[in-house]
Design a protein around this ligand. Structure first.
Ligand SMILES: C[S@@+](CC[C@H](N)C(=O)[O-])C[C@H]1O[C@@H](n2cnc3c(N)ncnc32)[C@H](O)[C@@H]1O
Length: 256
């Protein structure tokens, strides 16, 4: 009789444990899929399935350390966590192949319930002059940008400006930013111009982040020669964080 009571108790415990895990898994799936009410949502980035979706949809590639197979967001996670922690109000992103970093910045704003991204890219592609496109696909010039950013409703947090960074500077010379990401014209003159244009528009204490600080040589058989590494070396050591990997790109962070 004693044994019977013991086994019954154990069976009930096991059953309750199984039920607990079952409902926990359902709840986590609902959170992952953004089906629960907003206040109770965690970040969707902890779902591998969603990370893969972000990587594929917005073309997160090896130069961003993104790994589709592992569902790893690479440098995207650095931008996401910096924005989640610092809660910048205005973000500027210059240049992107498929919108990967601008989308992660917008996602961080969405999870903060605060902040807006200006994304500047004229949509240069292989058909444009050889020294201009820097791996651009031409999508921002001819694709449906609104639909592209409708994934997870990111369109509410991001505005695309189809123009070069110099044209944007002329159009919005006084707009102040808390966070600036430069990944457009990678030539020495190009990055220097973007830095000189937008550094005065960065708030004191704000961050400016440069991609491809260790990339050297020419972009895939084009006439685009990387010059960001040379410019990065010229900048003063003060408040400078360098990620010299992967060797074909790298990421540099400056605080004003
Ligand atoms: C494709 S991204 C560079 C590649 C990127 N590092 C990556 O992760 O693949 C370069 C983008 O910068 C854009 N671009 C080139 N010159 C620009 C300029 N002067 N102002 C703004 N965007 C520019 C191109 O249209 C292109 O889409």
């Amino acid at each position: 009789m004693k044994d019977f009571v013991f086994f019954r108790k154990q069976a009930i415990r096991l059953h309750l444990f199984w039920l607990y895990n079952f409902f926990k898994n359902i709840r986590e799936t609902l959170i992952d899929w953004r089906l629960t009410e907003k206040k109770r949502q965690g970040s969707i980035l902890f779902s591998r399935r969603i990370s893969r979706l972000l990587i594929n949809h917005f073309i997160g590639d090896q130069s961003q350390l993104a790994d589709d197979r592992k569902g790893f967001l690479g440098f995207g996670l650095i931008h996401y966590s910096l924005i989640r922690n610092l809660k910048p109000q205005r973000i500027l992103c210059v240049g992107s192949k498929g919108g990967f970093i601008p989308a992660l910045c917008a996602l961080a704003c969405q999870d903060n319930d605060f902040g807006q991204v200006d994304f500047v890219d004229p949509g240069f592609g292989p058909e444009d002059p050889q020294d201009k496109f820097w791996g651009g696909t031409g999508f921002w010039g001819k694709g449906d940008v609104k639909k592209h950013f409708s994934l997870f409703d990111l369109g509410k947090r991001i505005k695309h400006h189809q123009m070069t960074s110099s044209e944007f500077k002329k159009a919005y010379p006084k707009k102040i930013y808390d966070y600036i990401y430069l990944d457009g014209d990678h030539s020495y003159q190009g990055i220097k111009r973007d830095y000189q244009s937008f550094w005065p528009q960065l708030k004191k204490g704000g961050l400016m982040i440069l991609h491809d600080i260790v990339a050297k040589g020419f972009y895939e058989n084009s006439q685009c020669e990387y010059g960001v590494y040379r410019f990065w070396q010229e900048l003063s050591e003060k408040n400078k964080i360098t990620f010299p990997f992967p060797k074909n790109s790298g990421l540099g962070i400056l605080q004003k």
